[in-house]
Design a protein around this ligand. Structure first.
Ligand SMILES: [Zn+2]
Length: 103
């Protein structure tokens, strides 16, 4: 049995993919904490940062930074936050949450 993130990576679950490459996939979170709320995962399943090879961790962080910068510009956000998910996610996931100034 695979997790929902692996099913998204394989294309077995619908997702709004905003970036994908040989090593990573980035897609909009179903529940948008803020507009552009994006999850970045390595193509291979890794439990957490202690489980992931360093070259894969580097790819995930690079994609997270690139996606956060592109979305910040495209959505005219005031800033961004990136963090690794924990808790209920038994898989390495980086979350990019965009911050907006209230008008
Ligand atoms: Zn998985």
């Amino acid at each position: 049995m695979s997790c929902v993130f692996c099913r998204i990576v394989r294309g077995d679950e619908p997702a709004q993919v905003v970036h994908e490459d040989e090593h990573t996939v980035a897609f909009l979170n179903l529940v948008q904490a803020t507009r552009g709320h994006t999850l970045v995962v390595p193509r291979a399943h890794h439990r957490d940062l202690g489980d992931v090879p360093l070259d894969v961790a580097e790819r995930v962080m690079r994609t997270s930074a690139e996606v956060a910068r592109r979305l910040t510009g495209a959505l005219k956000a005031a800033g961004r936050v990136a963090r690794r998910a924990g808790g209920d996610h038994p898989r390495l996931v980086t979350i990019c949450t965009l911050l907006y100034r209230s008008i």
